[in-house]
Write a protein that binds this ligand. Structure first.
Ligand SMILES: [Cu+2]
Length: 615
């Protein structure tokens, strides 16, 4: 926004008034003078000196009077009702707003949603492509209504009706998924291609129509769920604010310590089109090495160092300056890893972060946690933190080297954003440390639970990427020896007997509790995302000596030690470490066919996906 209302303390105003009055001063002063340059005697000189003194004295008196008038005029311009406001505060609030508008963080508007009753929000989206330079490098990206990263803000209980038109020029299909929402009663709008819907063909439209649950709020996001469009920018934030409008007669402030909210969509970025990247991976010559990204973008911005480009891959690159993050005290940062492969560490040297929630509004016990580094956030995962202190400095994001199997000389692991604080801050954390690190794996929930030792059903899964000769040594992702490809018509419209050989879909009886033991036989880790559900993470395990897997039907005791039945965190996207497993517990109370897949785009698109059917 370029509009900035003029305030009395604007310099331009002062200069204009000063000029006007200095002119009047000079003419008045002239009339009081008695300069006579015809005859010169000593007494004349004395008289002239005295006269000049009187003149200067009068001018001084006049200047003070005018200054008083100016101050009076200035005071009288203050708006009514602003008693106690001082002009510097008003300047601060204007420049504060301007700096917020210029911040790389996407400004959220909770107050537009938390005090109103649930409603229906309508959107009309036209999906197309265009060439942009997110990090300075020209690339074809996906657009919604000619813009990137369209944001949805809502409150619990809202109904969303999104009319999506596929206007992508080259005949590509698309579908959209609402990551983390339970989609209760709306399985057919979940946007999982081949499972809950057929793709939206070029030139066609589809209307997504679903209601956010009354008890659902938090940091969600929408993204393409067909082909590789997510990696070329077809995603955005979907923020569901917790209402304080619980009782029409009472407003309850549920977030008293949070004053502002900003959204950070941050993830790895490839300079080639994602379909080229996938084609590079899905050939024998990649030897199963996942493509290492080239860059990182935050809310569609980055500052790629053009000199890092390698001769083999010349780039159309313009050098950019990194955009800064402007933070006032008590700001809630909603951080989403929108990337395709890289896990992220987030650092605020000299400042402190307090964890609030993970994934879709799962509150964590963070009352004593003040850290300057959190990690690692995997693709698909979210983290809300409150940023405290005001030491200025930097906001840093480091890509984890985990899952990078070769060196990409074009990539910088660290991306640094200038961090500027609001000048007025009475809340300064005193426990500042630059070494405190929070491992997100160790988070516990805000309130403990008491889960049964055993679920009613246990599903054992084995995930693995393989290069098999009958698949021409092209790397494929498998779960239990099935590699997924989308089926048409989608599973939701078929009898189970009509599922093809690429569908692994265990059946779960409604309202039963289920444990999923998800083994990972790979040398790298997989962030698995389940649609339609949050699940408890009862335990994770990783080893260097064996496969690290666990089959509870063979050995009752898990190699990673007893399951956590008291303080397991809930999530919708779980990090499953290499040579290990994760044990997940859910109550199957949301009927439908729900996709379960690795959120590393290259693994998902090469087959590491399945579904559960709750009926
Ligand atoms: Cu994976």
């Amino acid at each position: 926004m370029s509009y900035r209302p003029q305030t009395p303390d604007d310099n331009s105003y002062m200069i204009e008034m000063g000029d006007k009055y200095s002119h009047e001063t000079s003419s008045t002063g002239g009339s009081l003078g008695h300069d006579d340059h015809t005859h010169w005697r000593d007494s004349d000189i004395d008289r002239v000196a005295r006269s000049r003194f009187v003149t200067y004295f009068n001018r001084l008196v006049l200047f003070i009077s005018i200054l008083s008038i100016l101050v009076f005029l200035y005071e009288s311009r203050k708006p009514l009702g602003s008693l106690g406001d001082n002009p510097p505060h008003r300047l601060d609030s204007d420049s504060h707003q301007q700096k917020l508008n210029d911040s790389i963080g996407q400004i959220l508007h909770p107050s537009d949603h938390i005090y109103r009753p649930p409603t229906t929000l309508y959107y009309k989206w036209r999906i197309s492509t265009g060439h942009r330079r997110p990090d300075g490098v020209l690339k074809r990206v996906y657009l919604v209504n000619d813009d990137v990263h369209h944001l949805i803000e809502a409150r619990s209980g809202d109904r969303l009706i999104i009319h999506v038109e596929n206007a992508i020029d080259n005949g590509e299909e698309t579908v959209l998924h609402w990551h983390g929402l339970s989609m209760r009663g709306g399985n057919q709008f979940d946007g999982a291609v081949g499972i809950t819907q057929d793709p939206i063909h070029s030139g066609e439209s589809f209307v997504y129509n679903f209601t956010i649950a009354e008890d659902e709020h938090g940091t969600f996001w929408w993204h393409a769920h067909s082909q590789t469009q997510r990696a070329d920018g077809l995603f955005g934030g979907l923020i569901v604010h917790a209402p304080v409008f619980e009782d029409k007669n009472a407003l309850v402030d549920s977030q008293p310590e949070v004053s502002e909210e900003q959204l950070l969509l941050v993830g790895d970025w490839y300079h080639r089109s994602a379909s080229d990247v996938l084609a590079w991976y899905m050939r024998a010559g990649s030897f199963g090495n996942e493509p290492v990204p080239d860059s990182l973008v935050l809310n569609g911005h980055g500052a790629y160092s053009c000199s890092d480009a390698v001769p083999a891959r010349p780039l159309d690159c313009e050098q950019r300056q990194q955009i800064g993050l402007y933070i006032s005290h008590n700001t809630r940062l909603r951080i989403i890893n929108t990337g395709s492969l890289a896990a992220l560490k987030i650092r605020t040297p000299g400042n402190l972060m307090k964890p609030l929630t993970v994934d879709g509004g799962i509150e964590v016990e963070g009352s004593d946690i003040r850290v300057s580094e959190v990690g690692t956030l995997w693709p698909g995962q979210r983290l809300d933190v409150m940023l405290a202190s005001g030491q200025g400095g930097l906001f840093e994001i480091e890509m984890s080297r985990e899952n990078f199997k070769y060196v990409n000389p074009a990539l910088s692991f660290n991306h640094t954003f200038p961090l500027e604080w609001s000048p007025v801050s009475e809340f300064v954390a005193t426990k500042a440390s630059t070494t405190n690190t929070l491992n997100l794996k160790h988070l516990t929930p805000a309130s403990s639970v008491a889960l049964a030792p055993k679920a009613e059903q246990t599903i054992v899964l084995y995930s693995l990427t393989q290069k098999l000769s009958h698949l021409r040594n092209i790397p494929h992702g498998f779960v239990n020896n099935t590699y997924w490809t989308p089926q048409s018509p989608p599973l939701i419209s078929l009898n189970r007997t009509d599922y093809d050989e690429h569908q692994l879909v265990p059946f779960i009886r409604r309202n039963t509790t289920v444990d999923i033991v998800l083994n990972n036989l790979d040398e790298d880790s997989h962030p698995f995302h389940l649609h339609g559900y949050n699940f408890y993470i009862l335990g994770t395990h990783s080893t260097t000596f064996s496969w690290g897997s666990w089959n509870p039907y063979e050995t009752e005791e898990s190699p990673g030690g007893p399951l956590n039945l008291q303080t397991p965190i809930k999530r919708d996207t779980v990090y499953v470490p290499r040579r290990g497993y994760a044990v997940l517990r859910l109550t199957a109370d949301n009927p439908g066919v729900w996709m379960f897949h690795c959120h590393v785009l290259w693994h998902q698109n090469s087959g590491m996906a399945m579904a559960i059917e709750v009926g």
